[in-house]
Design a protein around this ligand. Structure first.
Ligand SMILES: [Zn+2]
Length: 364
């Protein structure tokens, strides 16, 4: 799709959006390689933080390749090349962060509020990352902060740590990444770890986002399947009444055939069993996204972009185009997925959705 078509599509999306707020439930303030501690406040803007010496230029809209299957194109390369590419790419995308960088991105995509999900490496201290994130983004209503339980924390301390994160920093969501956090959901200990985090979510009334699918970024190959849907099935998600979002609709790193034959049917069964489960649209590429929209009840899908790894405006356009190819009322569905579903799950309940839909223009 060329740049001018993308610009027109974004204008159309903003028209459909009207006075609704659009949410992105899956964004990362830092990347896994650099972490939060490399950034220094910039002298040119109070809300800009930079790592390294490159100059910040705000994102621009460019041509968009909808057919690119995210996460898959590196598969053929050997691990060393993949790691190097990933590291360089990630450094470049995350050379700058802060409210200025996210604000510029949100403006292009028509996004109003963003959930910032930390990514913890092996030995990270979660509270240190949270302090830095709160220093950069805290107090700005556009951003909702996430917290990730550090690997080194024993299970019996998790409830208190989550409660402190919610009370001291206003944390609204817990991020779980089984592969990066060394939580093997094929084992009883791994399942207990996640269920302890779910219990903490119940007590502190915070939402959960868990990585769903394979992981291409973890250091040990055997950890790449820890968050696969066949492992997520072992967990009792009903321990918390709070919304649990399975990121990437469980499809991250899977082929189109795998998604169709195995992942989405299994996700469908999990969604049927647990009312509090939902999925997000981040990081799965256009064709898998179309499958997700066809196979999963639209009321259970929330917009996520995986920015800054992915372009937020690109994710919005991709969702709109995928809806146009798969559902009878793409405009209403876009508003549901980007606005009403996240707002109702995080703010208000089903009556909020019904009321908002009744106020939408009849042409949609
Ligand atoms: Zn992500």
């Amino acid at each position: 799709m060329d740049k001018s078509t993308v610009v027109k599509k974004l204008d159309f999306i903003k028209e459909i959006k009207g006075s609704n707020s659009f949410y992105d439930v899956h964004a990362h303030p830092f990347d896994v390689f650099q972490g939060p501690f490399a950034y220094k406040p910039s002298s040119i803007h109070p809300d800009l933080f930079s790592a390294g010496g490159s100059e910040y230029t705000s994102q621009q809209i460019v041509d968009l390749n909808l057919k690119k299957h995210l996460g898959m194109e590196c598969r053929e390369f050997d691990q060393a090349i993949k790691d190097k590419f990933s590291l360089l790419n990630s450094r470049m995308l995350y050379a700058h962060t802060g409210p200025k960088v996210f604000g510029d991105s949100m403006l292009l995509g028509g996004i109003d509020r963003v959930f910032l999900l930390p990514i913890l490496g092996g030995d990270d201290e979660g509270s240190g990352q949270l302090r830095v994130m709160a220093g950069m983004f805290g107090g700005d209503k556009r951003f909702m902060l996430g917290y990730s339980v550090p690997n080194s924390m024993p299970n019996e301390k998790i409830a208190q740590a989550v409660s402190d994160a919610a009370n001291d920093y206003g944390v609204k969501v817990l991020k779980i990444h089984p592969s990066l956090q060394e939580i093997d959901l094929a084992t009883r200990a791994g399942v207990e770890r996640v269920e302890t985090i779910l219990e903490a979510s119940r007590m502190a009334r915070v939402k959960v986002v868990i990585h769903g699918g394979l992981s291409l970024r973890c250091s040990r190959p055997e950890a790449s399947t820890y968050g696969a849907v066949s492992n997520l099935e072992h967990v009792d998600w009903g321990i918390t009444p709070e919304t649990v979002v399975v990121a990437h609709a469980g499809c991250f790193g899977h082929t189109l055939d795998d998604a169709r034959a195995s992942i989405l049917p299994r996700m469908g069964a999990m969604l049927e069993q647990y009312d509090n489960l939902a999925v997000d649209t981040s990081g799965i590429g256009f064709e898998v996204l179309c499958l997700v929209l066809k196979h999963i009840d639209l009321s259970r899908i929330l917009f996520g972009s995986d920015c800054l790894y992915e372009k937020q405006w690109g994710a919005v356009v991709s969702l709109m185009c995928a809806l146009e190819q798969t559902v009878p009322s793409p405009e209403v569905s876009l508003v549901r997925i980007a606005s009403l579903n996240p707002a109702s799950r995080f703010l208000g309940g089903q009556s909020y959705v019904d009321q908002a839909l009744s106020q939408m223009s009849p042409i949609y």
